[in-house]
Design a protein around this ligand. Structure first.
Ligand code: NAD
Length: 436
């Protein structure tokens, strides 16, 4: 069993460290955020991720998992240092690498034994070489033996533990094949396909994968908009398309578009990389534009149904960027709420997990305790994030609570005809509206 240090205890680092400890390895998770580590040491999860808390507790109790803010302690005798820090967007779309630089600097400062540095953060092509240079140039041990392996993470928030434990593939790249094989050994117990190739190619695989998934969603949203103006039903179109083995059904749900901590920044970072290397990323730009327009489209639908939004009360169901997470980074819901507030509407909302983060971002948003309170006095109800608990609501009760009758189903989870029959004015995304 290996001794592993994981740098960064966010969605990726905490899940990675916990899962490796559950596989029997000795793991120390490190973060520069003191309050986060204090919380973890008291058994409080800094993020909501189904199944994670129990797994953390089990492995802490078994003595295989601990948390620290100390680099010397975390690196002590570790065979692997996994970097899982954030790589947010800079203003111009370029990946902001200062957390990775800080992590590499700290490794360089405290490292006193051979180690394999595994880069799990999503980073621009060439980062592996750059991290190796930092450690090489800054470490005081001249003959220190270390290697850098790129190992991007493909887990999804909301099903992160399961995704980590059952990956479709593990992708590894290094200039040192022996080091890549050592990292492969960590994953062997998962019995998933392991691909080893060169460092830069692996860094590109991650960006190309995320940009492709975002492209599929923007594509079906473009089709949805065409469907809407021509009386076709995008849900059936997607079903028919998805039966084609060359296409497949995943990521063909029309709605309010993609958001979160990955797709937006990764599509922008890929476009930025392309542009700075003389390529012309025209498809990527269109993918971003369609996504933005999808959010504006929800506001347009509300304006179309209610007229001037000034003084109107809009209820919003779902605030996180997708169900089963408390993550609100670039959430379509919050972007749309911002537009509604700017248009003079009052907005009240509810989310099963993301209330605190949403309020921190949007102090003017009124928080409610449940979907029925969101409906109270509302002129319109917007479904922004498709949490399971919103799928079968008591619409008689919703109707009794609302002031108006308009429903915009931003994720196509409800039956428009049923709601129309109950007396609502229903709009979905790319579906024929009984009220249009
Ligand atoms: P996050 O923001 O949730 O967590 C990052 C953590 O790193 C924070 O707790 C922060 O305090 C810590 N940190 C920053 N600098 C540090 C340093 N120098 N030393 C120690 N800790 C430091 O980020 P995340 O969502 O877990 O994403 C991490 C990386 O993984 C990103 O590159 C992201 O693109 C990628 N990724 C994310 C997901 C996802 O679903 N969130 C999926 C796949 C890949």
């Amino acid at each position: 069993m290996a001794k592993i240090c994981v740098i960064g205890t966010g969605y990726v680092g905490l899940v990675t460290g916990t899962c490796f400890s559950d596989m029997g390895h000795q793991v120390t998770c490190l973060d520069i955020d003191k309050s986060r580590i204090e919380q973890l040491n008291r058994g409080i999860m800094p993020i909501y991720e189904p199944g994670l808390q129990q797994l953390v507790e089990q492995n802490v109790e078994a003595g295989r998992l601990d948390f620290t803010t100390s680099y010397p302690k975390a690196l002590d005798n570790s065979e692997f240092a996994i970097i899982a820090v954030g790589t947010p967007s800079s203003d111009d779309g370029e990946a902001d690498m200062h957390y990775v630089k800080m992590a590499a600097d700290s490794i360089a400062e405290y490292l006193d034994h051979p180690i394999i540095i595994v880069n799990k953060s999503t980073v621009p092509v060439g980062t592996g070489d750059w991290v190796a240079e930092i450690i090489h140039d800054q470490n005081s041990h001249d003959t220190l033996n270390f290697s850098v392996v790129s190992n991007p993470e493909f887990l999804r928030e909301g099903s992160a533990v399961n995704d980590f434990m059952k990956p479709d593939r593990v992708v590894l790249g290094s200039t040192n094949l022996k080091a890549a094989r050592k990292v492969a050994e960590l994953y062997e117990a998962l019995r998933s396909p392991i691909m080893i190739t060169d460092l830069r190619t692996v860094e590109m695989i991650k960006y190309a994968s995320n940009a492709y998934l975002a492209t599929r969603i923007s594509y079906i949203n473009e089709i949805a908009n065409i469907c809407e103006s021509m009386g076709a039903d995008v849900r059936e179109v997607a079903r028919g398309m998805g039966m084609d083995k060359r296409i497949g059904p995943a990521f063909l749900d029309a709605g309010l578009g993609w958001g979160g901590s990955c797709f937006p920044k990764d599509v922008k970072a890929l476009a930025h990389m392309a542009a700075t290397h003389g390529a012309h990323p025209q498809l990527l730009q269109a993918v971003v534009d369609i996504n933005h327009n999808q959010r504006k489209g929800a506001v347009k639908k509300l304006k179309g149904a209610l007229g001037d939004l000034k003084g109107k009360m809009i209820g919003v169901l779902g605030l996180s960027f997708k169900p089963n997470t408390d993550d609100t980074r670039d959430a379509p819901a919050l972007d749309i709420i911002r537009m509604l507030l700017a248009a003079g509407a009052t907005v009240q909302g509810f989310d099963p997990q993301a209330m605190k983060a949403s309020k921190a971002e949007l102090p003017d948003l009124i928080l409610c305790q449940n979907p029925y309170d969101v409906a109270k006095g509302a002129d319109a109800l917007l479904l922004a994030t498709e949490w399971n608990e919103f799928k079968s609501l008591d619409f008689e009760r919703i109707k009794a609570n609302m002031r108006g009758r308009v429903i915009v189903d931003g994720r196509n989870i409800w039956d428009g005809q049923d709601l129309h029959d109950l007396g609502f004015i229903y709009f979905g995304i790319g579906v024929p509206s009984p009220d249009a």
